[in-house]
Structure formats: C-alpha cells, structure tokens
Ligand binder design. Sequence first.
Ligand code: DI6
Ligand code: FE
Length: 409
Amino acid sequence: MTTARFDLLLDDVHAATMSDASGYAAIRDAAIGIRGDRIAWIGPASELPRTALTTRRVDCGGRWATPGLIDCHTHLVYAGNRAEEFEQRLQGASYADIARAGGGIQSTLRATRTATQDALVAQSKPRLAALISEGVTTIEIKSGYGQDTATELKQLKVARRLAAECEVDIRTTLLAAHALPPEFAERSDAYLDYVCREMIPSIAAGRVADAVDVFCETIAFSPAQTRRVFACAREHGLPVKLHADQLSDQHGAELAAEFQALSADHLEHTSERGVKAMAHAGTIAVLLPGGFYTLRESRLPPIEALRAHGVPIAIASDCNPGTSPVLSLVMMLNMACTLFRLTPEEALAGVTRHAARALGLADRGTLSIGQRADIALWDIDSPVELAYRVGGNSCAAVIRLGAVQRMSF
Ligand code: DI6
Ligand code: FE
C-alpha cells in the first residue's frame, strides 16, 4: 500500500460535505487531507491510514467544515449609493415610481459611467471583503450599470482586477440587457442591435465575461428581445443566464430552458410549466431572498414544484444597490428558510453544490476527493446554525486552493 502524503491535514473536524442530494452528507469526527489545491482524502478520522504523512496539520477543535461558499448572482461592482431611495420607498414610492423619475438603475448607471476604474475598485472591494469574511470563496459578478461598451467593459475588468487583488475566485457575466440607456430611450430594439453587433462580439473576443444575462421583464426586455440576445451569446460561445419572472410571468423559465441556460434566477412568478421545462433542460433555479425581502414581495417562488420536478435550487445575495443591498450570503440562508420555507439543508446546498452548478463549475461546491480545496470552518455546533442565526460571523477559517487564507483559532 502506498503511503498517503498530504500538504495539509484538517483533523478534529465535522464535515458537512454536501456531496449527495440528501442533506448535509455529514461526516462527524472527520479528517480532510489536502494535496496541492485539491482534496485528496476525506472520511472518518478513524479510517485515516495510520501511515499518512502530512506537512502541516490543523487541529480544528471540533469545528464544522463546509465547502467554501459560492455567491452565484451579484451586481457587486457599481458606483454610488441609493440609500435615499430606501427612504423614498419607506415614504410610499414604489421601485417603478423611482425608476420613472430617473432614479433606480439609471442613477447607478450615471455614477458608474463617470467613475474611474480605481474608484470602482475602491468602492467595490469593501463589499467583496464583507462576503469573503463569511466564507465566500467563489462569486459571480455581473456588469449592467454601463449600457455602453466602454463602461460594461470597465465593470468586467474591475471584477477581473478584484479577483487578482482579493482571495476569491470571480466569474463574470455580461448583463448589457439590464436597462435601456438614456441615449436609446424608446428605442430598445436599436439598443439591442448595438448589444448584439458590438458589445457581445467585443466582450467575447476579449474573454472578459464567462456568461451573458438578460433582465426579461415588462420594465426591461421582452421575451422576443431576450431570445435575440441569447442567440447572439450562443453564437459567440457564451452560456446564458436569465433574470426570469421576477415581477410577472414572462415565461422566462421556459425561455431559459430552451437555450439550456445555466440558471434562471428570481422565478417568483414562474408557472409549473416553466419549472418542468427547467427540469428537462438541467437549468438551475437561483432564488434571491434579499430582493424579495427588500421589495416586500409577497408572491413566493414555486418551491414545491421545483422540489417535485427535481430542479436544483441555488441561493444568492443579488448584491445590488437597489433591490438587495445585501453583504451577507449567510444571512440569505436564514431568509431562504424564513421567507421561502427552504430547509436549512436545502439552503446550504443552495450556496455550495447547487451554486457551483448555476455557474457551470464542476470542480467545487462539495467536500469530496478531487474537488478544489476551498473550505470554510465554522464556530457552530451543528450546520443548522448557519441558517438559524441572524447576524454575527461564525466563520473561523477559510482555506482556498489548499492554502490557509485566514484562521482565527
Ligand atoms: N433585478 C433586480 O432586482 C436588480 N436588477 C435586476 O435585473 C435591480 C438592480 C438595481 O435596482 O440597481
Ligand atoms: Fe440580479
């Protein structure tokens, strides 16, 4: 028998491996052996080969390990602040009223267009740091506050720069079809000509985006327009995602499924037919409780149908300045359970295993042999506590690509 050799061995640890569809797939009193940037061994410590050698050993003191968290839907890179809109909404204005008065996405667009790359990095980094401090090791960041090639590119480049400067893996998504820029007012088809003829080709050539997203809604782009953007994205070899059925049933889920989208996100108004189409296509459902909470929505996403048809459910922060000024993915576990009635197991799978799939990533999201060694350690007595607590940060350590990033014990 060959001797097991590890660079890092975690022991006296309980592991919520998330490695199968049922619950935490927990291993109590586990050990996790890491070689290079991968998990090389995981199992009950009692089964660890006695001859195993390791360069470094960390006694985790009975803490829980989970896969590093994955936030699969954010608009984290933007300039400015919309706190005054929060006050306006408290006084009775609706999200749509504010948008019509030139606020909302347009106000973030103006601020983002005029910000330098350095200013965008400086404003976005603290938001990213907050998410990372709670165990996030992979995050998706969308553009969508530029609506011209230069600014969309600037947002995506800032996201790439944040990846180089921070301890996190970043996937980027082009969301050029988020809102209509002022120069194209009343001319949405002309704007999409520009998106398809110029933006998508140049973004694809520069390899600055990993996917293309569209906001399909009465206040944004129609299903026919979405179809056009998706066809163009696919021609350029980019996978698609969709802001689908958030405020009304646009049959967005069906449309996403038709284009084999990685995910359809929001889904509050999706019908059972839409859910079936997603199941058939393997499209992941991304639920965003932060927006639901902030806008005080009442219509729930079709959780029962998603379960019944076996559509994997991911959960994300939707971090954005308007509808979800959320800087805690762990808080979304609580909201997913409290507001959407997910189980704590489902919620945790939503920010690990299923979130990885929503980004098309097969190398992370579970603690199992061969996966990236992206691991969060938590000061909790059981994994339910992650969803149960509101506030406080119980993340005690983060290991990313096999390296200990941070450890508070
Ligand atoms: N749906 C949302 O909830 C956000 N974007 C989207 O397509 C809102 C973005 C904002 O208000 O800035
Ligand atoms: Fe969003």
